[in-house]
Design a protein around this ligand. Structure first.
Ligand code: BDR
Ligand code: CA
Length: 317
């Protein structure tokens, strides 16, 4: 493939099992050119997540900078995911040590550098709280035009998961999401509407394990770990939230999408972090986001297996 046609991509997240699997998909796809990984506090405290990011980059053999982001949300207190992703934030298989220390640039300065230097507009796949992205938009408004799209995992038009109203990434830093959705930069929102349909079942990830390459075996190990956590919450299989934010970029045909005006609710004892879609068009506001609302689950699983097969081994689908 012609290098120039690749999509420059920044992976911003809080890895996290599903962030990590999103990054596997990104690294596997020749249409992407990953420019940097940036970390943000969320699933665990920042230092742990930055370490995880370095290890994932080593596993995927990515020679790109890993830059550490904000330790706390813009205004809210930090709320981690507790032991949801384990003590390290990425418990499960043993990973290789990071090949390089984190960059001396902060996440936001790294993002700004990538945007400044890129000839093509860049996509930011933001799969944690939107703290880094909002800080970038506030501190470097002159670079907004270099962002082709912010593809986020966050929110949910019909329900929350951390409270009845709010999804974890949104509740963590609603002010950041508010800044992003009001920035004028194109936003694609993979909320719980789609991500809770993006389920993989144990017999399906056995096909991933059977590929017998180190990345595939690690992905299967992450899913083994995550399934135990999710079973306690009443889920069969594993919901793969963050991978939707990457896969929807290269396989839009397996997703359902609608343009809506979405407001981020910042107040209310029970409504903070709610993503409110103007389904009826009564606000008079133009759509500010493309909401991804549905998925062909079986095709999604096939894409994930195929992504893992690109790291070697025999595809068994
Ligand atoms: C989101 O919260 C985190 O636990 C996951 O990594 C995902 O980004 C789902 O609500
Ligand atoms: Ca995440």
């Amino acid at each position: 493939m012609d290098n120039q046609k690749k999509i420059p991509l920044i992976l911003d997240g809080d890895p996290g099992h599903d962030d990590a699997i999103a990054w596997v998909i990104a690294a596997s796809d020749p249409r992407f050119e990953i420019k940097a990984i940036t970390t943000v506090a969320g699933n665990q405290t920042l230092a742990k997540l930055t370490r995880n990011a370095g290890k994932i980059a080593a596993l995927l053999d990515l020679d790109i900078p890993v830059a550490e982001g904000r330790e706390v949300p813009l205004i809210a207190d930090l709320m981690t995911g507790g032991d949801y992703h384990g003590e390290t934030g990425l418990d499960g298989p043993v990973l290789p040590e990071p090949k390089y220390p984190p960059s001396e640039l902060s996440a936001v300065e790294m993002m700004a550098k990538v945007l400044r230097e890129s000839e093509e507009p860049v996509i930011i796949a933001a799969t944690g709280p939107q703290t880094n992205v909002a800080t970038l938009l506030l501190t470097h408004p002159e670079l907004k035009h270099k962002i082709r799209l912010i593809s986020t995992m966050g929110g949910g038009l019909r329900n929350g998961n951390w409270t009845s109203a709010a999804e974890f990434n949104l509740l963590n830093d609603p002010e950041a999401a508010y800044i992003e959705y009001h920035s004028g930069v194109p936003v694609q929102m993979c909320g719980l509407d789609v991500t809770e349909q993006a389920i993989i079942y144990p017999e399906e990830w056995e096909k991933i394990r059977a590929l017998h390459n180190p990345v595939a075996e690690t992905v299967a190990g992450w899913l083994d770990f995550f399934q135990i956590k999710l079973k306690d919450l009443g889920w069969e299989g594993v919901t793969l939230h963050d991978p939707c934010a990457v896969l929807s970029l290269v396989h839009p045909e397996i997703f359902e999408m609608h343009d809506y005006y979405v407001e981020i609710v910042l107040d209310g004892e029970y409504t903070r972090g709610l993503t409110m879609a103007d389904y009826k068009g009564t606000t008079g506001n133009k759509p500010n986001c493309t909401a991804v609302t549905g998925i062909d689950r079986e095709k999604f699983v096939e894409c994930l297996i195929e992504a893992c097969s690109r790291f070697g081994g025999k595809e068994t689908v």
